[in-house]
Design a protein around this ligand. Sequence first.
Ligand code: PEP
Length: 247
Amino acid sequence: MRRLIIAGNWKMNGDLADAEVLTTMVKNGVANLSGLEMVICPPSLFLFPLSEIIGKNLKHISLGSQNIYHEDKGAFTGEISGAMIKKICRYTIIGHSERREYFGEDSEDVSDKTKAAIRNKIIPIICVGEKKKTAESYKDAAKELKRDLKGVDKSDYAKLVVSYEPVWAIGTGRAATPEYAAKAITLIREVVGLKTPVLYGGSVDAENIAGFTRRAEIDGALVGGASLKAKEFIKICENAVKSKSFA
Ligand code: PEP
Protein backbone atom coordinates (compact mmCIF):
# COMPACT_ATOMS: atom_id res chain seq x y z
CA MET A 1 0.00 0.00 0.00
CA ARG A 2 1.32 3.48 -0.91
CA ARG A 3 2.19 5.55 2.18
CA LEU A 4 4.71 8.16 3.31
CA ILE A 5 7.89 6.39 4.49
CA ILE A 6 11.10 7.99 5.76
CA ALA A 7 13.81 5.40 6.39
CA GLY A 8 17.23 6.04 7.91
CA ASN A 9 20.18 3.88 6.88
CA TRP A 10 22.83 4.27 9.57
CA LYS A 11 25.30 2.03 7.73
CA MET A 12 28.27 0.93 9.91
CA ASN A 13 28.31 3.90 12.27
CA GLY A 14 28.12 4.58 16.00
CA ASP A 15 28.25 2.43 19.10
CA LEU A 16 25.37 1.06 21.18
CA ALA A 17 25.18 4.16 23.39
CA ASP A 18 24.94 6.43 20.31
CA ALA A 19 22.31 4.14 18.81
CA GLU A 20 20.17 4.19 21.96
CA VAL A 21 20.33 7.99 22.30
CA LEU A 22 19.54 8.55 18.63
CA THR A 23 16.62 6.10 18.66
CA THR A 24 15.14 7.62 21.81
CA MET A 25 15.44 11.14 20.40
CA VAL A 26 13.84 10.34 17.04
CA LYS A 27 11.14 8.21 18.62
CA ASN A 28 10.13 11.12 20.86
CA GLY A 29 10.66 13.67 18.09
CA VAL A 30 8.15 12.11 15.70
CA ALA A 31 5.62 10.99 18.33
CA ASN A 32 3.09 13.64 17.29
CA LEU A 33 3.50 13.33 13.54
CA SER A 34 0.68 11.55 11.80
CA GLY A 35 0.60 10.03 8.34
CA LEU A 36 4.24 8.95 8.47
CA GLU A 37 5.97 5.61 8.82
CA MET A 38 9.54 6.09 10.08
CA VAL A 39 12.05 3.26 9.76
CA ILE A 40 15.42 3.03 11.48
CA CYS A 41 17.99 0.69 9.92
CA PRO A 42 20.89 0.38 12.40
CA PRO A 43 23.79 -2.10 12.31
CA SER A 44 22.35 -5.59 12.98
CA LEU A 45 24.07 -5.87 16.36
CA PHE A 46 21.88 -3.04 17.70
CA LEU A 47 18.52 -4.33 16.44
CA PHE A 48 17.56 -6.17 19.64
CA PRO A 49 18.40 -3.42 22.16
CA LEU A 50 16.74 -0.82 19.94
CA SER A 51 13.62 -2.96 19.61
CA GLU A 52 13.25 -2.67 23.39
CA ILE A 53 13.35 1.12 23.14
CA ILE A 54 10.84 1.22 20.31
CA GLY A 55 8.53 -1.34 21.94
CA LYS A 56 5.94 -3.51 20.27
CA ASN A 57 2.99 -1.19 20.10
CA LEU A 58 4.10 1.62 17.84
CA LYS A 59 2.80 1.51 14.27
CA HIS A 60 4.52 4.63 12.92
CA ILE A 61 8.10 3.72 13.84
CA SER A 62 9.82 0.45 13.15
CA LEU A 63 13.17 -1.22 12.60
CA GLY A 64 14.79 -2.48 9.44
CA SER A 65 17.98 -4.41 8.89
CA GLN A 66 20.53 -3.26 6.34
CA ASN A 67 20.77 -6.70 4.78
CA ILE A 68 19.70 -10.33 5.17
CA TYR A 69 21.02 -13.62 3.83
CA HIS A 70 18.83 -15.48 1.35
CA GLU A 71 18.72 -18.74 3.37
CA ASP A 72 16.82 -18.97 6.66
CA LYS A 73 19.41 -21.04 8.55
CA GLY A 74 22.48 -23.22 8.16
CA ALA A 75 26.27 -23.18 7.85
CA PHE A 76 26.67 -19.61 6.60
CA THR A 77 29.25 -18.08 8.93
CA GLY A 78 28.75 -14.41 9.62
CA GLU A 79 25.32 -14.12 8.05
CA ILE A 80 21.96 -13.09 9.56
CA SER A 81 18.68 -14.41 8.18
CA GLY A 82 15.21 -12.98 7.79
CA ALA A 83 13.93 -15.76 10.02
CA MET A 84 16.19 -14.49 12.84
CA ILE A 85 15.05 -10.88 12.72
CA LYS A 86 11.43 -11.13 11.65
CA LYS A 87 10.10 -10.65 15.17
CA ILE A 88 11.76 -7.24 15.52
CA CYS A 89 12.17 -5.94 11.95
CA ARG A 90 9.30 -4.83 9.75
CA TYR A 91 11.74 -3.93 6.94
CA THR A 92 15.07 -4.89 5.42
CA ILE A 93 17.17 -2.97 2.92
CA ILE A 94 18.15 -5.13 -0.03
CA GLY A 95 20.56 -4.41 -2.87
CA HIS A 96 21.98 -1.16 -1.52
CA SER A 97 24.60 0.13 -3.96
CA GLU A 98 27.32 -0.39 -1.31
CA ARG A 99 26.36 -4.09 -1.06
CA ARG A 100 26.48 -4.35 -4.84
CA GLU A 101 29.81 -2.52 -5.12
CA TYR A 102 31.81 -3.77 -2.10
CA PHE A 103 30.26 -7.20 -1.60
CA GLY A 104 29.66 -8.14 -5.22
CA GLU A 105 25.90 -8.59 -4.89
CA ASP A 106 24.12 -8.93 -8.21
CA SER A 107 20.51 -9.09 -9.37
CA GLU A 108 20.32 -12.82 -8.60
CA ASP A 109 21.29 -12.12 -4.97
CA VAL A 110 18.78 -9.29 -4.78
CA SER A 111 16.04 -11.54 -6.16
CA ASP A 112 16.90 -14.36 -3.71
CA LYS A 113 17.04 -11.99 -0.74
CA THR A 114 13.77 -10.35 -1.77
CA LYS A 115 12.11 -13.77 -1.81
CA ALA A 116 13.63 -14.57 1.61
CA ALA A 117 12.26 -11.32 3.03
CA ILE A 118 8.77 -11.95 1.65
CA ARG A 119 8.86 -15.56 2.92
CA ASN A 120 9.56 -14.19 6.42
CA LYS A 121 6.97 -11.41 6.13
CA ILE A 122 9.60 -8.67 6.17
CA ILE A 123 9.13 -5.77 3.75
CA PRO A 124 12.12 -5.46 1.44
CA ILE A 125 13.32 -1.96 0.55
CA ILE A 126 14.99 -2.71 -2.78
CA CYS A 127 17.56 -0.10 -3.81
CA VAL A 128 18.17 0.58 -7.49
CA GLY A 129 19.98 3.37 -9.29
CA GLU A 130 22.46 4.18 -11.98
CA LYS A 131 26.16 4.70 -11.23
CA LYS A 132 26.80 7.71 -13.46
CA LYS A 133 24.62 10.58 -14.52
CA THR A 134 23.95 11.14 -18.19
CA ALA A 135 20.93 12.67 -19.94
CA GLU A 136 19.22 9.28 -20.22
CA SER A 137 20.63 7.50 -17.14
CA TYR A 138 17.40 7.87 -15.16
CA LYS A 139 16.06 5.04 -17.35
CA ASP A 140 18.56 2.49 -15.97
CA ALA A 141 17.03 1.99 -12.51
CA ALA A 142 13.81 0.48 -13.88
CA LYS A 143 15.86 -1.91 -16.03
CA GLU A 144 17.93 -2.92 -12.99
CA LEU A 145 14.75 -3.49 -10.99
CA LYS A 146 13.35 -5.74 -13.71
CA ARG A 147 16.50 -7.92 -13.43
CA ASP A 148 16.31 -7.84 -9.61
CA LEU A 149 12.71 -9.06 -9.61
CA LYS A 150 13.29 -12.04 -11.88
CA GLY A 151 11.68 -15.00 -10.10
CA VAL A 152 9.74 -12.82 -7.64
CA ASP A 153 6.02 -13.50 -7.88
CA LYS A 154 4.20 -10.52 -9.43
CA SER A 155 1.44 -10.92 -6.86
CA ASP A 156 4.08 -9.99 -4.23
CA TYR A 157 5.04 -6.66 -5.84
CA ALA A 158 2.60 -4.75 -3.63
CA LYS A 159 4.52 -6.07 -0.58
CA LEU A 160 7.73 -4.35 -1.70
CA VAL A 161 9.17 -0.89 -1.22
CA VAL A 162 11.58 0.38 -3.89
CA SER A 163 14.10 3.15 -3.32
CA TYR A 164 15.45 4.98 -6.35
CA GLU A 165 19.01 5.82 -5.35
CA PRO A 166 21.23 7.19 -8.10
CA VAL A 167 24.70 6.14 -6.92
CA TRP A 168 26.20 9.47 -8.01
CA ALA A 169 23.93 11.23 -5.49
CA ILE A 170 24.70 9.02 -2.47
CA GLY A 171 26.86 10.73 0.15
CA THR A 172 27.98 13.40 -2.32
CA GLY A 173 25.80 16.32 -1.29
CA ARG A 174 24.58 16.42 -4.91
CA ALA A 175 20.99 15.20 -4.74
CA ALA A 176 19.08 14.54 -7.94
CA THR A 177 16.48 17.14 -8.78
CA PRO A 178 12.94 16.10 -7.81
CA GLU A 179 11.99 16.27 -11.51
CA TYR A 180 14.77 13.89 -12.46
CA ALA A 181 13.90 11.48 -9.60
CA ALA A 182 10.22 11.60 -10.60
CA LYS A 183 11.11 10.60 -14.17
CA ALA A 184 13.06 7.56 -12.92
CA ILE A 185 10.28 6.65 -10.48
CA THR A 186 7.61 6.84 -13.18
CA LEU A 187 9.53 4.15 -15.09
CA ILE A 188 9.99 2.12 -11.89
CA ARG A 189 6.23 2.16 -11.41
CA GLU A 190 5.80 0.66 -14.86
CA VAL A 191 7.70 -2.36 -13.47
CA VAL A 192 6.16 -2.74 -10.00
CA GLY A 193 2.74 -1.18 -10.49
CA LEU A 194 0.93 1.59 -8.69
CA LYS A 195 0.53 0.00 -5.25
CA THR A 196 4.23 -0.21 -4.35
CA PRO A 197 5.71 2.71 -2.38
CA VAL A 198 8.72 4.18 -4.20
CA LEU A 199 11.20 6.35 -2.29
CA TYR A 200 14.06 8.59 -3.36
CA GLY A 201 17.52 8.34 -1.77
CA GLY A 202 20.71 10.34 -2.29
CA SER A 203 21.88 13.34 -0.23
CA VAL A 204 18.44 14.02 1.24
CA ASP A 205 18.39 16.61 4.02
CA ALA A 206 15.88 18.76 5.89
CA GLU A 207 16.09 21.47 3.24
CA ASN A 208 15.53 19.43 0.12
CA ILE A 209 13.13 16.69 1.37
CA ALA A 210 9.92 18.60 0.68
CA GLY A 211 10.89 19.11 -2.96
CA PHE A 212 10.81 15.32 -3.34
CA THR A 213 7.89 14.36 -1.14
CA ARG A 214 5.53 17.02 -2.42
CA ARG A 215 5.58 15.24 -5.75
CA ALA A 216 2.82 12.65 -6.13
CA GLU A 217 5.25 10.15 -7.68
CA ILE A 218 7.56 10.07 -4.62
CA ASP A 219 6.38 8.30 -1.45
CA GLY A 220 9.26 9.23 0.85
CA ALA A 221 13.00 8.89 1.24
CA LEU A 222 15.81 6.59 2.24
CA VAL A 223 18.24 8.80 4.12
CA GLY A 224 21.88 7.98 4.85
CA GLY A 225 24.16 10.58 6.47
CA ALA A 226 21.38 12.90 7.66
CA SER A 227 19.66 10.07 9.55
CA LEU A 228 22.58 9.98 12.00
CA LYS A 229 21.74 13.46 13.30
CA ALA A 230 18.60 13.32 15.45
CA LYS A 231 17.45 16.93 14.94
CA GLU A 232 18.05 16.82 11.19
CA PHE A 233 16.26 13.48 10.81
CA ILE A 234 13.25 14.68 12.81
CA LYS A 235 13.12 17.85 10.67
CA ILE A 236 13.22 15.68 7.53
CA CYS A 237 10.22 13.74 8.85
CA GLU A 238 8.35 16.94 9.79
CA ASN A 239 8.97 18.58 6.42
CA ALA A 240 7.96 15.43 4.57
CA VAL A 241 4.67 15.23 6.46
CA LYS A 242 3.96 18.94 5.85
CA SER A 243 4.72 18.66 2.15
CA LYS A 244 2.39 15.69 1.69
CA SER A 245 -0.50 17.39 3.47
CA PHE A 246 -0.08 20.48 1.27
CA ALA A 247 0.20 18.45 -1.92
C1 PEP B 1 22.10 5.85 1.23
O1 PEP B 1 23.18 5.42 1.57
O2 PEP B 1 21.15 5.08 0.97
C2 PEP B 1 21.94 7.30 1.11
C3 PEP B 1 20.87 7.74 0.50
O3 PEP B 1 22.93 8.05 1.66
P1 PEP B 1 22.98 9.66 1.76
O4 PEP B 1 21.64 10.13 2.22
O5 PEP B 1 24.05 9.94 2.76
O6 PEP B 1 23.31 10.17 0.39
